[in-house]
Design a protein around this ligand. Structure first.
Ligand code: GCB
Length: 606
């Protein structure tokens, strides 16, 4: 009996200790934060000699110690304080000519002072670091994070000093066969601290996370949860939406979590009316504010229903490439430019390819009324049989959903892009689908799949993954990798599933300003003609409920070396990287514009 009690106490102790570990902090914009953006000192370390010793063992005295010679005879072969700087947020490739093609380790260092008030906690938050980040404060390791496009935070309450803190991050963007993404992609492997870095101060017990959205299928019932973290997990929580006259209280349990459930008369979010409400989540020890939109999204047969009404997703794919200057996009201005162009195209939807984009994109989409497809970089030939690869993909999925689950704009979580059929791949992706549904029961699940020819003129969608998705995504390059543009005239599309289809990619390359006839590759005329044939074909697909042509703007890719045409840019953009609109842009705009004006809203079918 005594043993049992001891065991139970142990189990409780261990689980409380675990419960104390805060996860991703929700809505860091809504909190007191100190930006660590700006110039950081850096050391480029291709051999990782700041990490490994000469026997290739992790060294105890790596660069993270930020050591200084103690006497004139002391031998120290680095000096972070006097090293060259790089701007954060930013990729290193476009900040230094020497680093343009570099893949490997760069050490970053930032010093700061910080006066911590009593009863507060401090976290260091990274919007993203591509790809593997080892983080140290004052010479001690505080954590490691894998995955280049999702946020993470570490608590530093106990380690932070009043003066002279040094935060050191080893960022390594070497591609690995077992990583997510894997060795081969079609985008630039921009390395570095590519998104905002900040210190976040919270009360001792704080609102760690919350999920406040409409229940699936409902248009007035709000459900979700609030999670506290800290020594006082049991508290009263009040959720208020003053504009809707809502103020509801809940009590968190011993694990710090309260389930939320109430009805509210809400004006629903839609592209025509992207209504966001000021929402306050108030605990006894903390308060967070957010702007949240409420909408329902579901499917019925081959329809996609937004707020109960059929909608056609007039979309476009976007890479996180900065307009005009190139490199990783990472600001509100970049988001406004890219999404502004999507709006100009007549879009009500964007596919943020091929990884979670920075939070500005999703926040601005929420404000501008643009629905979002968000995806994880499970791309091409992932190591399907490797449990660590699956765990990594699951974690990136958790972090993507974790950050954006309260954004009405996000309507689709996508699991993968163009992955080759196999049993191992199917069980990997099914695992992700189940995980996504557990994390977020409300949104639609999709993936960009391939298709095949049944005969010379019949395209068939029957990927077994389709059974587990809500919306089928399909990439096709008829007229570019697959025949010439007029081939599209002869094609019929069939699907094994009674589900809506988004044609998630189609298109071809054109160099802006390069002119010729419709059969000359790389010309605007070829691309324009390809789009005309594509649109005519797409209109004939009865179960088509969305299109996202590839792609809004040209983007850098090491796979595209053709001199004078590509010069390491994928030229499938409807707009050049300098912001010039190609002829095909206007063809798409005409089609989308026609849909918009003939329905006055989104519920038009082509
Ligand atoms: C695809 C990929 C995309 C490529 C594109 C292309 O199917 O999904 O990442 O960039 O084709 O341009 O070939």
């Amino acid at each position: 009996m005594k043993l049992l009690v001891l065991l139970l106490t142990l189990v409780t102790l261990v689980s409380t200790a675990r419960a104390q570990q805060p996860g991703l902090i929700a809505n860091t914009d809504g909190r007191k934060a100190i930006s660590l953006n700006g110039q950081w000192q850096t050391i480029v370390d291709p051999y990782e000699s700041g990490y490994y010793n000469y026997r290739y063992q992790p060294s105890e005295n790596g660069y993270f110690k930020n050591a200084k010679p103690k006497s004139k005879s002391d031998l120290i072969e680095y000096d972070l304080d006097n090293s060259a700087t790089l701007k954060v947020p930013g990729d290193w490739n476009t900040q230094s000519e020497q680093l343009f093609f570099y893949e490997g380790t760069v050490w970053y260092k930032k010093s700061f002072d910080y006066q911590r008030k009593p009863n507060t906690r401090l976290f260091v938050y990274f919007g993203a670091a591509n790809y593997l980040a080892d983080v140290y404060l004052n010479g001690e390791k505080i954590g490691r994070h894998e995955g280049g496009f999702t946020p993470f935070n570490f608590e530093i309450t106990k380690l932070v000093r009043e003066a002279g803190n040094f935060l050191v991050v080893k960022v390594d963007n070497k591609r690995r066969r077992d990583a997510v993404p894997t060795l081969m992609t079609d985008w630039w492997n921009y390395g570095g601290l590519t998104r905002d870095v900040k210190l976040i101060e919270t009360p001792a017990t704080f609102v760690n996370d919350y999920f406040i959205q409409l229940q699936k299928g409902s248009r007035d019932r709000v459900v979700g949860w609030v999670k506290l973290n800290g020594e006082k997990p049991q508290q009263q929580i009040t959720i208020s939406i003053p504009e809707a006259g809502i103020s509801k209280s809940f009590t968190t349990g011993a694990n710090g979590t309260a389930l939320v459930d109430f009805t509210a008369p809400l004006r629903l979010w839609s592209p025509e009316s992207p209504k966001l409400y000021d929402v306050s989540i108030e605990a006894e020890t903390d308060q967070v504010r957010d702007q949240i939109g409420f909408r329902s999204i579901e499917t019925r047969g081959t329809e996609i229903l937004l707020n109960g009404k059929p909608v056609f997703l007039r979309g476009v794919c976007i890479h996180e490439e900065a307009p005009f200057r190139g490199g990783r996009a990472n600001s509100r201005a970049d988001a406004q430019t890219l999404l502004g162009w999507a709006k100009e195209l007549g879009a009500n939807f964007v596919r943020l390819a091929h990884y979670p984009h920075n939070e500005w994109m999703v926040r601005e989409a929420d404000r501008m009324g643009i629905m979002v497809w968000s995806e994880i970089p499970v791309y091409w030939t992932i190591e399907w049989e490797n449990p660590a690869t699956l765990e990594n993909a699951r974690n990136q999925l958790s972090e993507m959903v974790g950050r954006d689950k309260n954004r009405a704009a996000v309507v689709i979580w996508s699991m993968a892009n163009e992955t080759p059929l196999s049993d191992a791949r199917l069980s990997f992706l099914r695992n992700l689908v189940t995980h996504a549904r557990e994390l977020d029961p409300g949104r639609l699940i999709s993936a960009a799949m391939e298709r095949h020819y049944l005969d010379a003129t019949t395209q068939m969608i029957d990927d077994p993954l389709g059974e587990y998705l809500d919306v089928l995504g399909c990439n096709e390059y008829v007229g570019w990798y697959d025949g010439l543009p007029d081939k599209a005239n002869r094609l019929e599309w069939r699907s094994k599933y009674q589900k809506p289809l988004i044609m998630s990619e189609f298109g071809g390359d054109a160099l802006y300003g390069n002119h010729g006839d419709v059969l000359t590759r790389w010309t605007e005329e070829y691309q324009e003609n390809l789009y005309r044939h594509q649109i005519a074909m797409l209109k004939r697909i009865s179960f088509l409920r969305g299109t996202t042509p590839w792609i809004l703007m040209d983007f850098r890719s090491p796979r595209r070396p053709l001199p004078k045409i590509q010069d390491y840019w994928n030229r499938k953009g409807l707009i050049s990287n300098k912001g010039e609109k190609k002829k095909a842009f206007y063809v798409m705009r005409e089609w989308y514009g026609g849909m918009e004006s003939s329905a006055g809203n989104s519920d038009y079918k082509p």
